[in-house]
Design a protein. Structure first.
Length: 133
């Protein structure tokens, strides 16, 4: 991974990607939770290209502005760019932008942490075993 590395993904807005479908709003337009998910996915893909098989990444912070609606059938494209990597290489910061055929629809910042997959899953399982019902 290196600062300046980018990734883009696109999706056509279908009924299941609307605010009404996810419950974040009542309208049949591209839902903000899906915008956030696309942004995280693009960042995840960027990091996955450089990580060994036993490593992964998890989101630790996300801040997004969703500034314009995209109707059913529109195509949303998200671009992420690495803007910072911590000295120990464990935290990676991203700038994110999103647009559709009419122009910009959102932007934000995101941070992901490199994890050891097995240790992370073991930690999750231990938390589950200790959960009170």
């Amino acid at each position: 991974m290196q600062i300046g590395e980018t990734n883009e993904i696109s999706r056509v807005v279908t009924e299941d990607l609307t605010a009404a479908a996810v419950g974040s709003g009542g309208l049949r337009v591209f839902g903000t939770p899906y915008l956030v998910a696309m942004m995280e996915n693009a960042a995840l893909e960027t990091m996955a290209r450089s990580l060994p098989e036993d490593r992964g990444s998890v989101g630790t912070k996300v801040e997004v502005s969703h500034t314009a609606p995209t109707p059913l059938g529109g195509t949303v494209t998200v671009k992420t760019e690495i803007t910072g990597i911590s000295a120990n290489g464990k935290l990676v910061d991203f700038k994110m932008t999103a647009w559709d055929g009419a122009g910009p629809i959102g932007e934000g910042v995101h941070q992901r942490a490199v994890i050891h997959c097995r240790r992370f899953l073991d930690k999750a399982a231990a938390r589950g075993a200790g959960a009170k019902e």
